[in-house]
Design a protein around this ligand. Structure first.
Ligand SMILES: C[S@@+](CC[C@H](N)C(=O)[O-])C[C@H]1O[C@@H](n2cnc3c(N)ncnc32)[C@H](O)[C@@H]1O
Length: 374
């Protein structure tokens, strides 16, 4: 799979669009709003530039694309008001892969960022992979990315030739039965990608600039094949395998699909940042996010609880569809998608009756170390 070509969230604003099915990603971002605002203000205060340059990496489409930038602008403006200085201009650089629905992001610019005339705020789209250079040297003050860096640049392929077998037989991603060498291959791909990502951003950021990244991950000590980390892929694989048993398509189709995805642990993230060496870690932790982040998860029992959990299953199925459908369509047939995701929703409903409807994320906030004088 050529990830750059194939991966894109469902565009537009229809029922299966990312714009309409990305509530969990907006909750993930909102859970770290205060940390992010204070990190952005610190990055402004460290050099008080006339123009604060902010990059949003993996912006996708829908309201989330501009949400963080607008909150950062608010925080920096309030800081300037308190300190009696005039706010800087803001340059918002919105990055995603070229097949992203940038047009729908641009159509929200005036509403969400209220660019002109109230603010000197300018926004540009930057198509390209964040696993390569995207911006000029020392040009960025603050970098943000949410719910994106768990996507690898590619599926770890070399290991398939060594194993002479499918990477994830009957599955789409790591699972309980994954052999150690495959786990290692996924980790190596993450290590290579994340290290390269840090190297590129280190070139692009000013000294003292800050970068906050949030992505699917694992708690300290949690294994890569824990069910908490893999259940959304496991159940999707089960829906597809059930369909192969009913003759929809041969099971080799499932064997040969592998998600270019990795949910790293807190320790793995720390290891890569430290060995890359250009950043100091300010914040690093795992946190859980669920649709009822602000409510008691145990509310209701019996039928009421079942309905309540079914709601989560529906939202999760729609969210995974909006995210993964482009990849599945490129490998399976488009007309089976409705069937796949109906089955997936039923499996999630059963899963959430016994398990918490939540996802684990890692947040890491980094400061660009000063470059050594020549
Ligand atoms: C789940 S969306 C997250 C969107 C948004 N940040 C949010 O929080 O709702 C992940 C986005 O990352 C993008 N992405 C994945 N790999 C990428 C890469 N190598 N370079 C740039 N964007 C990438 C995808 O295209 C997708 O739009």
């Amino acid at each position: 799979m050529d990830v750059k070509q194939v991966l894109h969230m469902n565009g537009g604003s229809g029922d299966t669009s990312y714009a309409r099915n990305s509530t969990i990603q907006s909750i993930i971002a909102s859970l770290k709003k205060e940390v992010r605002q204070s990190e952005a203000v610190e990055s402004y205060r460290s050099s008080s530039p006339d123009c604060l340059k902010i990059a949003e990496l993996g912006c996708s489409s829908g309201k989330n694309a501009l949400l963080v930038a607008s909150e950062i602008i608010d925080a920096v403006e309030q800081n300037c008001l308190r300190e009696g200085c005039s706010p800087p201009d803001f340059l918002i650089l919105l990055n995603d892969l070229p097949s992203n629905d940038f047009n729908s992001v641009f159509s929200l610019l005036s509403d969400q960022l209220q660019c002109e005339p109230r603010r000197n705020c300018f926004a540009y789209g930057v198509p390209g992979s964040f696993y390569g250079r995207l911006f000029p040297s020392q040009s960025l003050d603050f970098v943000h990315s949410s719910s994106s860096l768990h996507w690898l640049s590619q599926v770890p392929r070399d290991i398939c030739d060594q194993l002479n077998a499918p990477l994830n037989k009957g599955k789409l991603y790591i699972s309980k039965t994954t052999p150690d060498e495959v786990l290692e291959a996924y980790y190596s791909q993450f290590e290579e990608d994340f290290s390269h990502f840090l190297k590129c951003r280190a070139e692009e950021m000013v000294d003292g600039g800050r970068m906050m990244l949030t992505f699917m991950g694992r708690r300290i000590g949690e294994e890569a094949h824990s069910s908490e980390s893999c259940y959304h892929w496991d159940l999707l694989a089960q829906a597809l395998m059930d369909m192969t048993n009913e003759g929809f398509f041969p099971k080799e189709k499932v064997d040969s699909f592998d998600a270019p995805y990795y949910a790293p642990s807190v320790e793995e993230v720390k290891k890569v940042v430290l060995s890359q060496g250009c950043f100091t870690i300010n914040v690093l932790e795992a946190f859980a996010a669920s649709w009822n982040a602000l409510q008691n998860d145990e509310s209701g029992n019996g039928e009421e609880n079942r309905e309540y959990k079914a709601g989560h299953a529906g939202r999760m199925a729609n969210c995974v569809r909006a995210v993964a459908e482009s990849m599945l369509v490129s490998h399976f047939e488009e007309h089976i998608m409705e069937e796949v995701f109906n089955r997936y929703q039923n499996l999630l409903e059963d899963y959430y009756l016994k398990n918490k409807p939540q996802v684990t994320n890692v947040v890491v906030s980094l400061v660009r170390n000063p470059r050594k004088a020549l």
